[in-house]
Design a protein around this ligand. Structure first.
Ligand code: WQD
Length: 332
């Protein structure tokens, strides 16, 4: 397959490009480097010994997109490009709606123009809001509490309407749970700028003494130890899920959504303990107030993705903790 990957130098995008190249596929990346670095393209080549074609640019640039579709035969588009920080989206909603929605509309219009109607879309478990029960299935009610989540929900609706209007479209919507970890080489991984929003990047920075301690956002939830429970999934497992989804859309029609999670939930304190055990380090923490908008617990029922895509997560929590730490040690 020939694939266009938007946001292909990002955390999940870069790991997906590695799996596609290792699978023998041809890959074109478009990325505006707003949350990643150009050097990731070279790291991908170092890992796979194969080259992805790279265009630096914004998916809202219609002329650039048209020139890429004009120049390259594209079978499937994997659409990662978008802002993804919940807190930032609350402070800057217009930036999130403009970037995430306009880029998707522009991409779909150009795809339509060049009769490329197969897409894998990067969605998020955040579209489930505060689930009524657990584990979460794909037919659960959808609702969100922040502009970031709203953009994911709106884009899912746009894609469903598109596929219902034009039966030639073939779309897989992938709802990620909590991606962490890094490629075993330590060459690519998650390196957020500044103070991390998410748990694992924060733990890692405490472990290397870049930050003094972890603030545990509340220990009074109705969970095993009072701290938040999430379904952490290794980014390489997530990347392999995109390869399976690309094969699915290549050979089918219609639109469907799939949970990409492990089906296991772990609390914040369980994550801290596991990280310390696996990496033989100490992670200092303090219990603080709950973070606004957080839910108590969230984990997937991943059985539909196994049935439909032939995919399931294989890496362990030990792998996730070890690979996260290995990456920061190689790149700090
Ligand atoms: C995990 C747990 C926190 C940081 C978000 C987005 C979601 C997706 C993944 C984009 C929670 C606790 C965290 C810290 C803490 N992003 N925590 N101290 O909130 O489940 O999901 O990121 O797609 O859309 O909503 O992930 O890693 O921020 O939090 O105690 O410094 O760790 O309360 O229980 P979250 P997270």
């Amino acid at each position: 397959m020939n694939l266009l990957v938007t946001g292909g130098t990002g955390f999940i995008g870069s790991h997906t490009v590695v799996e596609l190249l290792n699978n023998g596929d041809e890959v074109i990346i478009i990325d505006n480097l707003s949350n990643s670095k150009r050097e990731v393209v070279d790291k991908i080549k170092e890992i796979t010994k194969r080259e992805a074609i790279f265009y630096e640019g914004d998916v809202r640039n219609k002329e650039l997109l048209q020139s890429i579709f004009q120049k390259h035969k594209i079978d499937v588009v994997i659409h990662f490009a978008g802002y993804k920080a919940v807190g930032e989206s609350v402070a800057k909603p217009l930036m999130y709606y403009d970037n995430n929605l306009i880029s998707t509309l522009c991409l779909c219009e150009v795809m339509n123009e060049y009769k490329v109607k197969k897409m894998v879309f990067s969605s998020s478990a955040t579209v489930y809001g505060n689930p009524k029960s657990l584990p979460i299935k794909e037919d659960f009610p959808l609702s969100t509490t922040n502009p970031y989540g709203e953009t994911k929900l709106m884009i899912e609706k746009i894609l469903k309407d598109l596929a219902h209007a034009d039966k030639e479209w073939s779309i897989a919507i992938l709802r990620y749970f909590n991606p962490i970890g890094a490629h075993e080489s330590g060459l690519i991984g998650e390196s957020p700028n500044g103070i991390p929003n998410n748990l694992m990047p924060y733990i890692v920075k405490v472990a290397i003494h870049e930050l003094d301690h972890l603030n545990v956002f509340g220990n009074d939830y109705d969970t095993i130890d009072g701290t938040g429970v999430r379904d952490y999934i290794h980014v390489v497992d997530l990347a392999k899920g995109h390869l399976c989804a690309a094969k699915k859309v290549f050979n089918s029609h219609g639109v469907d959504a799939y949970n990409l999670g492990t089906g296991n939930g772990y609390s914040v304190l369980q994550m801290v303990k596991k990280f310390e055990e696996v990496n033989h380090v100490k992670v200092k923490y303090e219990i603080t107030q709950r973070r606004a908008g957080d839910i108590a617990a969230c984990y997937a029922d991943p059985s539909y993705a196994y049935q439909q895509l032939g995919w399931k997560a294989e890496k362990t929590l030990d792998d996730m903790c070890r690979d996260s730490y290995h990456f920061i040690q190689k790149n700090n």
